[in-house]
Design a protein around this ligand. Structure first.
Ligand code: 4AD
Length: 503
């Protein structure tokens, strides 16, 4: 096999009416007498090939007919444009070479349980859903690098082995470093602050580790975070940077991944609305909303809506169950079975939402100023918005030691979370940093941290301290929002979850 011998499916538009050879894997096949329809995937897309008995060498027709899903092969044929076909082009196949034959590929086009798919992640990465998410992840990471590089930020690689905690001490992963206990990084921020005093505008981008005992759909123990840090900025400047940055990522995904967004059934209209400015609420405004009539009314409308969705779902399930009692062709039965599995899983999610709605309403109503916002509180606020929303100025004692006190109200800090809309919740956390030596030392002690571990960090406040701040955006949460995935485990190739590492 030499370089550039094979045409990529994504490039078929440039080869209409010409003969090409594709190299890939058998994604799916069906046959109807003297004609077979096989779908090839090659990493760049899917292409349906038409195999007619009279057009291919003897024996090949039968060989293809019995070829197992995910067998690897090359196919040669003439490209034809066909709007109705997957990807818009088809191949009239004239020849094929089987490279490696597969039998009993464990993941079939029918639905499988999530546990099975995670155990088989090494194979499931080939599925359309994981492929689309992987492509979008790639665009997002590229967009992030472009945005910061084009805006004069310098990339700084912060360490993974660290000695000082940046976030909650109970989420540290301890490592035995030649006899000394240290930890895996929870954030590059502290080191990045020192780099900001050298370069002015910096960012780090890497894996981040949190031993959070959280099994929610928003938590991984290993995730990727990008963190910019800027010297001489204020909170308004940070919010402006965060909204322009987020809007740029969304724009890039809309430009580059239309096809993948469609395959994933993402409502792109809702993404087109993500343009600056985003709403800004203070934490205190947010508490008032949660406890007030607006949230109450919103949640009760939502409950009605959920109940209506459940009724519609139950009627469709009944319809399908009746269909399945009739004699059906194999492919139709499989299709209905798959839809039924999908609908039942949606039904169980709806039931959970219906059950949780009054609990969340009660939690919101009873929310006390001073507590950190819980997952359900964030969800309510984020469901009430069509664009991301900033929540700023949280109570000081609920937040990390490094956040700068507000000059007008010492009970709150100059920080913000950015909540993605439609219930996706927090994707960015950031703040101005405490730049006053004595105040920072006091905060370190108040939070029962050992000042000796923060000697070097305190130095930054001794030698030319300046107002500075930054934020961190979680990559997987951003992907989950933009691809409308319910769980962030789908948004990283090999997820690490609190209760399980599969492969
Ligand atoms: O709000 P966090 O904890 O902020 C920091 O780590 C700051 N030091 C960042 C900074 O100011 N430089 O985390 C930032 C983001 C969250 O908004 C979320 O998107 C993501 O990181 N994140 C997680 N993503 C997946 N799994 C987890 N366990 C996460 N914890 C945080």
């Amino acid at each position: 096999m030499t370089k550039n011998t094979f045409t990529k499916i994504s490039d078929l538009k440039n080869h209409v009416q010409k003969q090409v050879t594709l190299a890939g894997w058998l994604y799916n096949s069906r046959s109807s007498g003297k004609i077979q329809f096989i779908i090839i995937r090659d990493g760049s897309g899917l292409c349906q090939c038409i195999v007619e008995k009279n057009n291919v060498p003897e024996n090949l027709f039968d060989k293809i007919k019995h070829l197992g899903q995910e067998s690897s092969l090359t196919v040669t044929g003439t490209v034809r444009q066909d709007e109705r076909s997957i990807g818009g082009y088809e191949l009239d196949l004239t020849n094929a070479k089987i490279i490696s034959e597969t039998t009993d590929y464990p993941i079939t086009p029918k639905s499988h349980g999530i546990d099975f798919l995670l155990k088989n992640r090494h194979l499931h990465l080939r599925s359309q859903r994981q492929w689309c998410i992987g492509k979008i992840r790639h665009t997002i990471i590229n967009a992030i690098r472009n945005f910061f590089n084009q805006n004069d930020f310098t990339l700084i690689d912060t360490p993974i082995f660290t000695t000082a905690a940046g976030e909650e001490a109970d989420s540290l992963f301890e490592v035995d470093y030649f006899g000394t206990p240290i930890h895996l990084t929870q954030t590059g921020q502290l080191h990045l602050e020192s780099a900001a005093m050298s370069f002015g505008k910096v960012y780090c981008f890497g894996p981040t580790f949190r031993a959070e005992k959280s099994k929610t759909r928003r938590h991984l123990t290993e995730f990727w975070m990008v963190e910019p840090e800027i010297a001489f900025i204020d909170l308004d400047g940070l919010l402006e940077l965060a909204e322009n940055f987020t809007a740029y990522i969304v724009e890039q995904v809309l430009n580059k991944n239309k096809e993948q967004l469609n395959t994933l059934n993402v409502n792109t209209k809702s993404l087109e609305k993500i343009t600056p400015p985003f709403d800004r609420l203070t934490y205190t405004d947010t508490v008032d909303i949660l406890k007030g009539e607006k949230a109450k009314k919103f949640l009760s409308n939502q409950l009605e809506n959920l109940k209506e969705q459940k009724q519609n779902l139950l009627s469709r399930i009944e319809e399908l169950e009746n269909e399945l009692k009739q004699p059906l062709k194999k492919w139709k039965k499989e299709k209905f079975d798959a839809e039924l599995i999908e609908l039942n899983s949606t039904l169980s999610e709806l039931d959970t939402k219906i059950e949780n709605n009054p609990k969340h309403a009660k939690l919101a109503e009873q929310f006390q100023w001073g507590k950190d916002l819980g997952g359900s509180d964030e969800t309510i606020i984020s469901q009430m918005h069509e664009k991301p929303v900033f929540v700023t100025h949280y109570p000081k004692h609920a937040k990390a030691f490094y956040m700068k006190e507000d000059s007008e109200n010492k009970n709150v800090v100059q920080n913000f979370d950015m909540l993605a809309p439609a219930g996706f919740g927090e994707i960015i956390g950031g703040s101005m940093r405490e730049d006053h030596y004595q105040t920072l030392l006091k905060r370190i002690k108040e939070q029962k941290l050992d000042p000796a571990n923060y000697d070097w960090y305190l130095d930054l406040r001794k030698y030319g301290s300046v107002p500075h701040g930054g934020f961190g955006l979680g990559i997987e949460r951003t992907i989950a929002w933009l691809t409308q995935q319910k769980h962030i485990r789908q948004c990283i190739p090999f997820p690490r979850l609190m209760d399980k590492i599969y492969i």
